[in-house]
Design a protein around this ligand. Structure first.
Ligand SMILES: [Zn+2]
Length: 178
């Protein structure tokens, strides 16, 4: 006398191939039903599935954000050096386009220190023009000049001479060395 489980196992062993073939056939015949069932499940569980997907996205989004934040933190100095270098490069490029001679220098006082040089609106309509191009200044303004193929009406000046020119109101700086 053997118990039912042992009997079943032995029965299965004896008829393994047949059982497998039967399962395959069954699966083939009912494949459409299975698909329909899955679809029906999706229909009735739409909200759950959406919530699961959303939760998955949320948890991974946070993780990714966290990772990129951590990466940025550990590479902050490199990033800053890189951006600083990019800005300096662009400024030199733009100032070179607007300077008299090969190297940017202030045509009034002759200073060549790029850090104190800037782009001046020759006709002193800087504020008006800045408003027209959406309040761009600094790096964005240099980008705009380059992107617009260095339009006319600008020159290189140092901050001092630029300030003096504005104070005099006549568009002239008294520091004329050239
Ligand atoms: Zn100057």
């Amino acid at each position: 006398m053997i118990d039912k489980r042992t009997y079943n196992r032995q029965y299965y062993q004896r008829n393994k191939e047949k059982a497998k073939a039967y399962a395959r056939e069954y699966h083939k015949e009912h494949r459409g039903e299975a698909n329909l069932a899955r679809k029906a499940y999706s229909q009735t569980h739409k909200e759950q599935e959406r919530a699961t997907g959303k939760a998955y996205y949320q948890s991974h989004k946070e993780r990714e954000k966290e990772q990129s934040r951590a990466y940025y933190q550990s590479h902050r100095l490199e990033y800053m050096a890189y951006f600083h270098e990019q800005r300096a490069k662009l400024k030199l490029e733009v100032l070179t386009q607007y300077c008299v001679g090969e190297k940017p220098r202030c045509p009034h006082c002759g200073i060549t220190d790029i850090d104190v040089l800037c782009i001046d609106h020759i006709k002193d309509d800087g504020n008006k023009h800045r408003r027209q191009i959406g309040g761009l200044s600094g790096n964005s303004f240099y980008k705009w000049l380059k992107g617009n193929n260095y339009p006319k009406g600008f020159q290189v000046l140092c901050f001092n001479c630029n300030m003096k020119k504005r104070m005099n109101g006549d568009g002239q700086c008294q520091n004329q060395v050239m």
